[in-house]
Design a protein around this ligand. Structure first.
Ligand code: C2E
Ligand code: MG
Ligand code: MG
Ligand code: MG
Length: 287
């Protein structure tokens, strides 16, 4: 059976329409068991601040330590969890786990770090998510500005009244808001006027060929300027080379994230890398 073949099983299942319902039901059951058995884990990918070569924030990315399948990547269970609605429980777990990590970093050399968590539109539909975020922060004694929430563009386009209300509540709490994967979702920019956004993340697809493709370079520079003129900080996602880093630094991008700095890693590995100082990459200016 496909089920016994190891990783990417869910994705494999979903390829055949016939197996789709089976896959969905099994996954749903597996996820609720995984939550009960504490099989999820957050990996952290640091963001380098190009202005002072320091790490001030990390993005939390979920992984599933499956007893038989090994480390399952989010793309192999998040989309189906969104369909089934189980994503709500996952999201609650993610927020609580991030707050616990922030509490664990108190009185350590990592106390200044901010953690960004990803919330899908489906998770924002949940009436209780803002209360859950607030109570997770309070239960762990974490100041709200240590937490950032990453939302993709559809959140700003669909279900606007509800989402605006949710995001305004988060903003008033003091939680930072970021737009994830900017530039690939919708062409409407009007929402940038209305929503209280702190950070814009340029989608990786613009960065990958930014040194080779004139159009990607033009778009990247325009997005950096757009963000700055609106008083929003900007992160480039998917930076994999020193040349891309220099380009982004020269064009005043505030932060970068990508394999060139670090892959997403477990908390203890992140701490080790931060202690060694090797993530604080000094950027040669103008070269
Ligand atoms: P995302 O939020 O846009 O996260 C960035 C993804 O790009 C991550 O994949 C990260 O590992 C990958 N990445 C980072 N730097 C590089 C690079 O230099 N090159 C390349 N090729 N890739 C890079 P990951 O961890 O597999 O996550 C995929 C997506 O799954 C995320 O995209 C996010 O949409 C979703 N996701 C992850 N964790 C969660 C979560 O806790 N909740 C929800 N709702 N979604 C999550
Ligand atoms: Mg993200
Ligand atoms: Mg992204
Ligand atoms: Mg994404």
């Amino acid at each position: 059976r496909a089920k016994d073949q190891g990783r990417n099983t869910y994705q494999f299942y979903t390829e055949g329409m016939q197996d789709r319902e089976v896959s969905r039901l099994e996954l749903d059951k597996d996820i609720s068991q995984a939550l009960a058995k504490d099989e999820f884990v957050l990996y952290y990918q640091p963001q380098l601040d190009l202005r002072d070569s320091s790490i001030k924030s990390v993005e939390a990315l979920i992984r599933w330590q499956h007893p038989r399948r090994g480390l399952v990547q989010p793309m192999d269970f998040i989309p189906l969890a969104e369909e089934s609605g189980r994503i709500t429980d996952i999201g609650h777990w993610v927020v609580m786990a991030a707050c616990k990590q922030l509490a664990a970093w108190r009185d350590t050399p990592f106390a200044h770090l901010r953690i960004a968590v990803n919330l899908s539109g489906r998770e924002l539909d949940d009436e209780h998510i803002v209360d859950h975020i607030q109570s997770s922060l309070e239960a762990n004694g974490v100041p709200p500005d240590r937490l950032e929430v990453e939302l993709t563009e559809e959140v700003f386009i669909q279900n606007i009244e509800h989402n605006m209300n949710q995001l305004t509540r988060l903003h008033h709490l003091g939680v930072h808001l970021a737009i994830d994967d900017f530039g690939v979702g919708y062409s409407s920019l009007g929402y940038l006027r209305n929503f209280p956004v702190d950070l814009l993340k340029i989608d990786r697809s613009f960065i990958t060929d930014v040194m080779e493709r004139h159009d990607d370079a033009v778009i990247t520079r325009a997005v950096i300027n757009l963000a700055h003129n609106l008083g929003i900080e900007v992160v480039a996602e998917g930076v994999e080379t020193a040349e891309q880093l220099r380009f982004l630094k020269n064009h005043r991008c505030d932060l970068i994230q990508g394999y060139f700095i670090s892959r997403p890693v477990p908390a203890d590995e992140l701490e080790k890398a931060l202690r060694s100082g090797k993530l604080e990459y000094e950027v040669p200016v103008g070269s």
